[in-house]
Design a protein around this ligand. Sequence first.
Ligand SMILES: [Zn+2]
Length: 311
Amino acid sequence: MKHLRYRVAVTALLYALLITAANIAKSAIQGVIVPPDNGKLRIICFGAHPDDCELQVGGTAALWAAAGHHVLLVSLTNGDIGHWREAGGPLAVRRRNEVRQAHQILGVQGVILDIHDGELLPTVENRREVTRLIREWKADLVLGHRPNDYHPDHRYTGVLVQDAAYMVTVPFFCPDVPFLKKNPVFLYYPDRFQKPNPFAPDVIVSIDSVIDKKLDALGVMESQFYEGGANGSTELVPSDLEKQKQRHQQVRQSFARRNQSLADRFRAKLADWYPAAEADQVKHAEAFEICEYGAQPNKDELKRLFPFFAK
Ligand SMILES: [Zn+2]
């Protein structure tokens, strides 16, 4: 009898372990520690490729992370055609390792979905995946590309994030993951495309205090920037040590300029968030536009979500 009870207990334990394993396997965010509810902000950023989130929101992500907020950067594709010399599995692994290093520098977590680069589509399956990720992260803020960005993967990332902007609150869509009772705020990254409408920023963040961290993080993604990614060539990769140093410096400066040009382009808007004298001094910025489909924050709510502003 005692023996039978023991066997029942062991069987029950094995079943419990199997069920737990099945649930973990179902989780869209394998390998990520979903943070506890501790009153800190929960931010999830989507990019098409393993470098997009880091480029678009790396500085603000570092600011949030330094203040103890929880940031997850998601790449919807594995980046496996993003190089002029190499492709496939080895490139996907290389990019995963690069972006992991970048996340360590920024102090954030990351996920890369195993979808081929250049082949992302706004399918129902991918809509479920994006919805699950936002729900599992219990996001307050969701960021993504605008759906009129230049690259098809960027556009469809934009569409997928928009498509999730209401569905995350619908109980019987993906009922395997608890729905969100409060719709998050959804935001777009900037781009330069004018049709059908240009990017119009609602929030501008000075990233001067973390610009070196951001440039360091971008610098470790050598396949994409130092070597030039899909449109690079052998000429970008000198064998001479001194020229290699120069090339690294050139990449760093081009990204610094990119964030400087955002600060200059939206300088007038910076004064909405920083005292005038400070706004004039901001050198590097990141900018975001509110998507109409999620929660619509007022200025106080935006200040709560971006707790960096002195004004
Ligand atoms: Zn991209």
